[in-house]
Design a protein around this ligand. Structure first.
Ligand SMILES: O=c1ccn([C@H]2C[C@H](O)[C@@H](CO)O2)c(=O)[nH]1
Ligand SMILES: [Zn+2]
Length: 131
Protein backbone atom coordinates (compact mmCIF):
# COMPACT_ATOMS: atom_id res chain seq x y z
CA UNK A 1 0.00 0.00 0.00
CA UNK A 2 1.23 3.49 -0.87
CA UNK A 3 1.11 5.23 2.49
CA UNK A 4 2.87 8.32 1.14
CA UNK A 5 0.08 8.78 -1.41
CA UNK A 6 -2.51 8.55 1.36
CA UNK A 7 -0.58 11.15 3.38
CA UNK A 8 -0.49 13.39 0.30
CA UNK A 9 -4.26 12.97 -0.09
CA UNK A 10 -4.76 13.94 3.55
CA UNK A 11 -2.75 17.12 3.03
CA UNK A 12 -4.95 17.96 0.02
CA UNK A 13 -7.98 17.40 2.26
CA UNK A 14 -6.55 19.73 4.91
CA UNK A 15 -6.74 22.63 2.47
CA UNK A 16 -10.51 22.61 3.01
CA UNK A 17 -10.25 22.75 6.79
CA UNK A 18 -12.49 25.30 8.48
CA UNK A 19 -10.35 26.28 11.45
CA UNK A 20 -10.81 30.02 12.14
CA UNK A 21 -10.35 29.58 15.91
CA UNK A 22 -7.30 27.34 16.21
CA UNK A 23 -5.80 27.94 12.75
CA UNK A 24 -4.76 24.29 13.02
CA UNK A 25 -5.66 22.57 9.78
CA UNK A 26 -6.05 18.80 9.92
CA UNK A 27 -6.63 16.48 6.99
CA UNK A 28 -7.69 12.85 6.82
CA UNK A 29 -7.98 10.40 3.96
CA UNK A 30 -9.47 6.95 3.84
CA UNK A 31 -8.55 4.32 1.27
CA UNK A 32 -11.40 1.92 0.55
CA UNK A 33 -11.11 -1.57 -0.93
CA UNK A 34 -12.78 -0.43 -4.17
CA UNK A 35 -10.04 2.20 -4.60
CA UNK A 36 -12.20 5.13 -3.53
CA UNK A 37 -10.48 7.78 -1.42
CA UNK A 38 -12.58 9.82 1.00
CA UNK A 39 -11.36 13.10 2.49
CA UNK A 40 -12.12 14.69 5.84
CA UNK A 41 -11.11 17.95 7.49
CA UNK A 42 -11.70 19.55 10.84
CA UNK A 43 -14.73 21.84 10.93
CA UNK A 44 -14.70 24.23 13.88
CA UNK A 45 -17.49 26.18 15.53
CA UNK A 46 -17.75 29.31 17.68
CA UNK A 47 -19.17 26.97 20.31
CA UNK A 48 -15.83 25.17 20.42
CA UNK A 49 -17.24 21.86 21.65
CA UNK A 50 -19.31 21.60 18.49
CA UNK A 51 -16.13 21.25 16.41
CA UNK A 52 -15.72 18.02 14.46
CA UNK A 53 -12.29 16.48 13.84
CA UNK A 54 -10.95 15.57 10.41
CA UNK A 55 -10.67 11.82 10.98
CA UNK A 56 -14.19 11.48 12.37
CA UNK A 57 -15.55 13.46 9.42
CA UNK A 58 -13.78 11.11 6.99
CA UNK A 59 -14.96 7.90 8.66
CA UNK A 60 -18.49 9.20 9.15
CA UNK A 61 -18.60 10.20 5.47
CA UNK A 62 -17.58 6.66 4.45
CA UNK A 63 -20.34 5.19 6.60
CA UNK A 64 -22.82 7.74 5.20
CA UNK A 65 -22.00 6.39 1.74
CA UNK A 66 -22.73 2.84 2.88
CA UNK A 67 -19.18 1.63 3.45
CA UNK A 68 -18.39 -0.36 6.58
CA UNK A 69 -15.23 -1.30 8.47
CA UNK A 70 -14.45 -4.25 6.19
CA UNK A 71 -14.31 -1.80 3.26
CA UNK A 72 -11.65 0.40 4.89
CA UNK A 73 -8.04 -0.40 3.99
CA UNK A 74 -6.27 2.48 5.69
CA UNK A 75 -6.72 5.90 7.27
CA UNK A 76 -4.22 8.76 7.15
CA UNK A 77 -4.33 11.77 9.47
CA UNK A 78 -2.02 14.74 8.97
CA UNK A 79 -1.38 18.14 10.45
CA UNK A 80 1.32 20.77 10.50
CA UNK A 81 2.79 19.64 13.81
CA UNK A 82 5.91 17.99 15.11
CA UNK A 83 6.63 15.18 15.32
CA UNK A 84 3.16 13.80 14.45
CA UNK A 85 -0.51 14.47 14.98
CA UNK A 86 -2.19 12.35 17.61
CA UNK A 87 -5.95 11.71 17.46
CA UNK A 88 -8.02 13.03 20.35
CA UNK A 89 -9.77 10.71 22.77
CA UNK A 90 -13.19 11.15 21.17
CA UNK A 91 -11.81 10.15 17.77
CA UNK A 92 -10.06 7.10 19.24
CA UNK A 93 -13.35 5.95 20.75
CA UNK A 94 -15.15 6.35 17.41
CA UNK A 95 -12.35 4.69 15.43
CA UNK A 96 -12.38 1.74 17.86
CA UNK A 97 -15.95 1.04 16.80
CA UNK A 98 -15.84 1.95 13.11
CA UNK A 99 -12.44 0.51 12.08
CA UNK A 100 -11.06 -2.99 12.44
CA UNK A 101 -8.54 -3.17 15.30
CA UNK A 102 -5.50 -3.60 13.03
CA UNK A 103 -6.49 -1.40 10.07
CA UNK A 104 -3.43 0.75 9.36
CA UNK A 105 -3.65 4.32 10.64
CA UNK A 106 -0.98 6.55 9.16
CA UNK A 107 0.00 9.57 11.27
CA UNK A 108 1.82 12.11 9.18
CA UNK A 109 3.51 15.48 9.02
CA UNK A 110 5.32 17.17 6.15
CA UNK A 111 8.16 14.73 5.58
CA UNK A 112 7.60 11.88 8.01
CA UNK A 113 4.90 9.37 8.88
CA UNK A 114 4.34 6.41 11.16
CA UNK A 115 1.87 3.57 10.83
CA UNK A 116 -0.16 2.45 13.82
CA UNK A 117 -3.66 1.07 14.43
CA UNK A 118 -6.54 1.68 16.80
CA UNK A 119 -5.69 -1.38 18.89
CA UNK A 120 -2.41 0.34 19.72
CA UNK A 121 -3.91 3.84 20.10
CA UNK A 122 -6.79 2.74 22.32
CA UNK A 123 -6.14 -0.63 23.96
CA UNK A 124 -8.97 -2.24 25.93
CA UNK A 125 -11.54 0.02 24.25
CA UNK A 126 -15.14 0.04 25.41
CA UNK A 127 -17.04 -1.38 22.44
CA UNK A 128 -20.59 -2.52 21.79
CA UNK A 129 -19.82 -6.13 22.63
CA UNK A 130 -19.42 -5.01 26.24
CA UNK A 131 -23.07 -3.96 26.46
O1 LIG B 1 -6.39 14.46 15.46
C1 LIG B 1 -6.89 15.61 15.45
C2 LIG B 1 -6.48 16.59 16.37
C3 LIG B 1 -7.08 17.84 16.30
N1 LIG B 1 -8.02 18.10 15.34
C4 LIG B 1 -8.61 19.44 15.23
C5 LIG B 1 -9.71 19.79 16.18
C6 LIG B 1 -9.61 21.30 16.21
O2 LIG B 1 -10.31 21.86 15.11
C7 LIG B 1 -8.13 21.57 16.01
C8 LIG B 1 -7.38 21.93 17.28
O3 LIG B 1 -7.60 20.96 18.25
O4 LIG B 1 -7.60 20.40 15.45
C9 LIG B 1 -8.40 17.15 14.43
O5 LIG B 1 -9.23 17.40 13.54
N2 LIG B 1 -7.82 15.93 14.53
ZN1 LIG C 1 -10.58 14.09 17.35
Amino acid sequence: MDYQKLVDEAFIASENAYAPYSSFKVGASLLLTDGTIIHGTNIENAAYGSTMCAERNAVFQAYCQGYRKSDIEALAIVGDCSPLISPCGACRQVLAELLDPYTPIVLGCKDYYEVTNIQELLPRAFIGESL
